[in-house]
Design a protein. Sequence first.
Length: 337
Amino acid sequence: MEKESLTPLVADKAERLDKFLHRHIGGSRNQVEQLVKKGFVRVEGKTVTKAGHKLASGQRVDYTLPPEPDYEARAVDFDVPVIYEDDTILVINKPSGLVVHPAPSVKEATLVDWLKAKGVNLSTISGEERHGIVHRLDKETSGAMVVAKTNAAHERLSAQLQEKSMGRYYVALVDLPLKASGIVEGPIGRNPANRLKMGIVAGGKEAKTRFEKLLESDKAKVELVGAKLYTGRTHQIRVHLGKLGRHIVGDHLYGFKSKSDKIERILLHAYILYLDHPTTGVTMQFKAEIPEDMQGVLTSYFQKERLDEILDPCPFLRRFGDHCNRLFHEGGDRHDG
């Protein structure tokens, strides 16, 4: 049985229907296209089945969600740290090695399986296999993620992603210190020589990343760096570091692996997430503690006291010219200032 219609959307400019829906409700372009083709979208009350239908400014768009397919949940034998939870959102610290949502090639339990096993109410905009997922992290990348519990929250968070009022700051250990902090720009698309990789290619999507030097090791030629994304392209940090001739330690796809290399995960962590709460509108920040396996590597290169100082959230944010004056959450603790 179909879901109830959501609150109608109103086109704020002339554009293709599929682009408008992707901008407002999230999901992949293919998911949006299928939603239209299968007759779940109406413009001014009339069903439209062409994804390229041109909207006029002011037109009303509403849609229903398709029936949910049978979904075989996998057994969950792990837990995921929760940073914050209320009636509309859940913010978690995703462990490295955990796949976000099911796919034909994924055999193990995923974050979506964990959410379902915990009985968390989730949005359904992105389909059964992507319940609640507003944005994602690669399997080996750890860190902060927000999950939407309602369709209204999902819509508003997706809009924030597009407007750049929601985002994340990352920390990474790189295999050679940066020459200087700064911004890297370069269009990102599929690497024509290796379909598993992305690259800076002509015709790719605009991408912009800011890197900040944080702490150089006196034991090896490695450096802890911070990164802020101004766009959200696949593998963006890894590709832009590659442009600088640098790679993340443990990144065996874009970097290098020797026989003596025992690091099995990429040392990249989504450290701070910021967003406007979808119900209250209050701007919030969330810190995802660096997991033990990554902490262990970092403390082998840097003094723990110095690490703690560098990674104090407020000084960390100020390095990017941003302020730490919002509601801040660290695993449930609340800080102002």
